[in-house]
Design a protein around this ligand. Structure first.
Ligand code: CU
Length: 157
C-alpha cells in the first residue's frame, strides 16, 4: 500500500464518526392540520388556529409566522388575569416528537395583525409557518364566522 493511499484511508476513517452522527439525527417533520381563522375587518386583527402534528422523531418548534395578507403575524397565548382573559405574545410553540399541539380559541393561537383586506367567511388567507427544524410550511386558512370555535369540517368522535 502506498503512503498516499494509507493517508487517504486514515482520512476516511476520521470522517466515519461524523457520518454516523449525521445518520443518527432523526428527521423532524410537521403536518399542519385544519388551518382556519376567524373573520375580521380590513385593517383589523384575526386569530388563526391550526393543529401542529409531529411526523418526525425529533421535537420541533414554531418560531414565527407571516402572511402577505397581514402587516404582522404574532404567536400568542391566552392567560387568565383575575376575571379577564388576556393575550400574551410567546416566543415559540414547542411540538413534542410524535405529539401534537392544537391552537384554539382561549389558548395558543396565531394573530394576524393589520389585515390588508377584510377576511370574509368562505374565503381563504395564506399563512406561512416557520419551524426551527422543519423549515417553512405554507397553508391556506379557511375563514369562519367571527365567533367560530373550531374548523367548519364536522368532527366525528
Ligand atoms: Cu392574540
Amino acid at each position: 500500500m502506498t503512503t498516499s493511499r494509507r493517508a487517504l484511508l486514515a482520512a476516511a476513517a476520521l470522517c466515519l464518526p461524523a457520518l454516523a452522527a449525521l445518520a443518527q439525527q432523526p428527521p423532524a417533520g410537521i403536518a399542519v392540520e385544519q388551518p382556519w381563522m376567524r373573520a375580521a375587518v380590513q385593517g383589523g386583527t384575526g386569530g388563526a388556529f391550526v393543529t401542529l402534528r409531529s411526523t418526525g422523531a425529533q421535537a420541533d418548534r414554531l418560531v414565527s409566522a407571516s402572511s402577505p395578507a397581514a402587516r404582522a403575524v404574532e404567536l400568542h397565548n391566552t392567560v387568565r388575569d383575575g376575571d379577564v382573559m388576556r393575550m400574551q405574545p410567546v416566543p415559540s410553540i414547542e411540538i413534542p416528537a410524535g405529539g401534537s399541539v392544537t391552537l384554539q380559541p382561549g389558548g395558543l393561537h396565531i394573530m394576524l395583525v393589520g389585515l390588508a383586506q377584510a377576511a370574509r367567511p368562505g374565503s381563504t388567507v395564506p399563512l406561512t409557518l416557520n419551524f426551527e427544524r422543519s423549515g417553512a410550511v405554507t397553508v391556506q386558512l379557511a375563514v369562519q364566522a367571527p365567533g367560530a370555535r373550531g374548523a367548519a369540517a364536522p368532527m366525528h368522535h
